[in-house]
Design a protein around this ligand. Sequence first.
Ligand SMILES: Cc1cc2nc3c(=O)[nH]c(=O)nc-3n(C[C@H](O)[C@H](O)[C@H](O)COP(=O)(O)O)c2cc1C
Length: 193
Amino acid sequence: MKKFLAVLILVVCVISVFAFSSCNGNEGPAELAAPNERVLVVYFTWSSNTESMANYISQKTGGTLYELQPLVPYPKEYTPCTEVALKERDENARPKIKDLIGSVDEYDAIFIGYPIWWHTAPMIIGTFLESFDLSGKDIYPFTQSASMNREQFENSMQFVRDCAKGANVHDGLFARYSDTRSIDKYIDECDLP
Ligand SMILES: Cc1cc2nc3c(=O)[nH]c(=O)nc-3n(C[C@H](O)[C@H](O)[C@H](O)COP(=O)(O)O)c2cc1C
């Protein structure tokens, strides 16, 4: 009887582990795709959540990773950072980018990732998008936030559309950064070169 109970408990544990790992959608490291030199995965992050999405997308698409860094770094403390970000949003500022790449001509598809800041995209996303002629390029925004509020996501999409003049801005991805199942589905539906 003891043996039977021990086996039963083991079986229940194994089933629970499998059930949990497939529930949270995070099934370990991404399979590496071959490099795709026509895809750029550009992102801005402050506390690294967007960065983990960007890494995953780059691994899955083979796209080149590029992190947007502000010339003047944002404060490391949360509240001072929110104050700077709010001022930038209210002024529709375009904060300068450190070591901005010279051109995006060689890329046909650009994934652009950011956290939601003050109900929209961080203004540095506008700086990047307005720095290049994006005519005819496919833009795939991806984002996440603390509240996962869809209206804030839609605001950010409108901001991206307004800044990416002439580009084909596709429906964006709004998913938790660890939700690899949603990220996979989104990538599968992209028409990548
Ligand atoms: C300046 C600032 C403003 C933020 N504004 C919002 C907001 O309007 N709505 C929201 O849901 N989360 C907001 N957040 C939370 C971030 O969206 C959330 O922590 C996100 O996961 C951070 O992504 P990151 O790690 O890539 O920086 C804000 C965070 C910061 C630092």
